[in-house]
Design a protein around this ligand. Structure first.
Ligand code: CMP
Length: 139
C-alpha cells in the first residue's frame, strides 16, 4: 500500500564489510517487512539515474562512482509510517551526527559511505521501488 512502503539500499561500503545480513536483521527487528529484495550492482549510468535529483551537487560524481563500486542489496520495506520510521532507524546522513543505536551509527564511516539509503518521501519511495523492482517482484 502506498504510504506504508520505503526503499532501502545496503550500500557498497556495508556490503564490503559483510554487514548486509546484520543490517537486514536490524531492519526486520524494527518491524519492517521485506516485500521485495535483491542483490544487484548499479552501473555508473544507473546510479546516475537513481540520484539524478542530486546532479547539480558537488558530490554527485563521487556519489555515483561509489554507489556503482560494488554490489548492493535493494529492498522495499513495509510498515506503518515507513518513510519516517525508517529514516529514524538509519539515523542522520552524516554518521558523525547519527543517534546511538541507529544503523549509520553502527555501520557507517562517512557522509559519502554511509551504509544505507532510505527514501525521503512517499512519492520517492514509489519511484525508487519501481526503479529496482517490477510489479511481479513487489509482494
Ligand atoms: P542517500 O540517503 O543515499 O542520498 C544522497 C546521498 O548523497 C546521501 O545518502 C549521502 O551518502 C550522499 N551525500 C550527501 N552529502 C554528501 C557529501 N557532502 N559528500 C558526499 N556524499 C554526500
Amino acid at each position: 500500500m502506498s504510504g506504508n512502503r520505503t526503499l532501502t539500499m545496503v550500500k557498497p561500503d556495508a556490503m564490503r564489510k559483510n554487514h548486509g545480513g546484520a543490517i537486514l536483521a536490524k531492519i526486520e527487528e524494527a518491524g519492517f517487512r521485506l516485500v521485495a529484495t535483491k542483490l544487484t550492482k548499479l552501473s555508473l549510468e544507473k546510479a546516475g539515474e537513481f540520484y539524478a535529483v542530486h546532479k547539480e551537487r558537488p558530490f554527485y560524481g563521487e556519489l555515483i562512482e561509489f554507489m556503482s563500486s560494488g554490489p548492493i542489496i535493494a529492498a522495499i520495506l513495509e510498515k506503518d509510517n515507513a518513510v519516517a520510521d525508517f529514516r529514524t532507524l538509519i539515523g542522520a546522513t552524516n554518521p558523525a551526527d547519527a543517534a546511538e543505536g541507529t544503523i549509520r551509527k553502527l555501520y557507517a564511516t562517512s557522509i559519502g559511505e554511509n551504509a544505507v539509503h532510505g527514501s525521503d518521501s512517499d512519492e520517492n519511495a514509489k519511484i525508487e521501488g519501481d526503479f529496482f523492482f517490477s510489479k511481479l517482484e513487489q509482494f
